[in-house]
Design a protein around this ligand. Structure first.
Ligand SMILES: [Zn+2]
Length: 457
């Protein structure tokens, strides 16, 4: 299959094929190569076998250094960009119990990323259930544990919107509850299914508001607690967590360039984030996205494609806990006049079957990219919409850059997201591989057709 592009170009220049048919043939060769080889899935399996990659952990940096060597061996020009990351460490045990008299029922719980620990011996108090932020002012939380029980709205077809509708309890729950006197907070895990697996994620404190411990209950236990509270409003919850903040450490963004032959100073970014939460191994979030990026440039190089612009892989460090790597990269990129970022692509929606692309650009540019839809349709990719791209590349936002996010099917994503279920067994090799091939095809056609050059004029 090597040098497929060259062979195809030669063949089609001799045969009477239309331009559209020639493009379709190139697309077919990219998807065929990806599905026959499945190299990205092999790398993803290897990555996940190295353990979780929480920013600030040794494994996170080790995975960067290991794959830098892999990328070197593939012939890309690699470099590391130092990134200072906060260091927060989950305790050896985290437990919660529903306490009714002498009865204690253990609940599945996990600390939210950034939470302080509970006092030695745990924290026990009565509980107030909160179904919406609007209801907060009518509730007396003094001395209580606040229980935010806002479910992801199941009526949204995009679970991303459902997540967005409920994530405030994780992000701002501790602040709003503490302002009203609460001594701890538990939230309903942001999961689209009911089970015993709690989901973590980042949370915030505010400067003048007392910090209180914050944790997520599994959806199963949130339902249980809600039901029991209706029968026994005086029941208590006990929470015991020993997480802690440590000194910040340095880690890296990993950058690998596939240098352009005509306009090397124009950069097409293809990216994912290499850090993950530490309950699972971040196979979907965002091992899959990181490997989509690597496999896409690997496929293009392997098949003999010579980009006009420099195609740049970026594995961002620390998307999950503050976007540190994306901020460092964007700041350096804006300060460097020798390069111009024209397109940035991100995959951070998991390794499920790709459905389309979300494009953050001018309406004219969105229309131009939508013209490629017929080429992607044979591969099930037809949802081309104007919208957000991704958190990391969002830092590069400017008038003269097109930002694009890969949009995989998301019905199962929030079942595993930020939980111990996010491991390699949750990833289907074919579904994942279609994502890599889609990015490779998108890069190929956008570089070939000079898409985005007009957006700078
Ligand atoms: Zn992510």
């Amino acid at each position: 299959m090597k040098k497929m592009f060259i062979a195809l170009f030669v063949a089609y220049s001799l045969a009477p094929l239309s331009a559209q048919d020639q493009d379709a043939a190139i697309f077919k060769s990219i998807y065929s190569q990806a599905l026959s080889e499945q190299q990205g899935f092999a790398w993803l399996t290897e990555l996940c076998s190295m353990g979780p990659r929480f920013a600030g952990s040794e494994q996170a940096t080790e995975s960067v250094l290991y794959f830098k060597e892999v990328m070197d061996s593939l012939g890309f020009e690699t470099s590391l960009q130092a990134v200072k990351v906060p260091r927060w460490v989950r305790g050896p045990q985290e437990k919660a119990w529903l306490v009714q008299g002498i009865d204690q029922t253990e609940m599945a719980v996990t600390a939210l990323g950034g939470s302080i620990a509970t006092p030695e011996g745990g924290l026990k108090a009565e509980v107030i259930e909160i179904k919406s932020f609007e209801a907060l002012d009518s509730l007396d939380l003094q001395g209580k544990i606040a229980f935010f029980n806002i479910e992801m709205d199941p009526t949204y077809i995009s679970t991303g919107y459902a997540y967005g509708s409920a994530v405030k309890q994780r992000w701002a729950g501790a602040i709003e509850a503490s302002k009203r006197g609460a001594i701890g907070v538990v939230i309903r895990s942001l999961s689209s299914s009911i089970n015993k697996y709690p989901h973590t994620g980042s949370m915030a404190y505010a400067p003048d508001v007392k910090r209180i411990p914050a944790a997520a209950l599994s959806t199963f236990d949130a339902e249980l607690l809600s039901k029991q509270l209706k029968q026994d409003p005086d029941l208590q919850v006990k929470l015991d967590m020993a997480c802690e903040w440590q000194d910040s450490v340095y880690s890296y963004n990993l950058i690998a360039d596939y240098r352009g032959s005509e306009r090397p100073e124009e950069i097409i970014v293809v990216s994912g984030h290499i850090d993950s939460w530490e309950l699972g191994t971040g196979a979907h979030d965002d091992g899959a996205g990181a490997m989509h990026a690597l496999e896409s440039i690997y496929l293009l190089k392997e098949m003999g494609f010579k980009p006009k612009r420099t195609v740049r892989l970026i594995w961002y460090m620390n998307e999950e806990f503050g976007l540190s790597g994306a901020r460092v990269y964007a700041k350096a990129a804006k300060a460097d006049d020798s390069e111009r970022h024209v397109i940035a692509i991100e995959s951070d929606g998991g390794g499920f079957t790709p459905k389309g692309f979300s494009i953050d650009a001018s309406p004219e540019m969105v229309t131009r990219i939508k013209d490629f839809r017929s080429l992607f349709e044979p591969y099930g990719i037809y949802q081309f919409s104007k919208g957000g791209s991704g958190a990391d590349i969002g830092q590069l936002k400017a008038d003269d850059i097109v930002l694009i996010g890969l949009r995989p099917d998301n019905h199962r994503y929030f079942e595993v997201h930020h939980s111990q279920l996010d491991n390699i067994s949750a990833v289907n090799a074919r579904e994942f591989t279609l994502g890599s091939a889609s990015l490779a095809a998108l890069i190929w056609i956008m570089d070939r057709d000079d898409v985005c050059i007009s957006c700078t004029k």
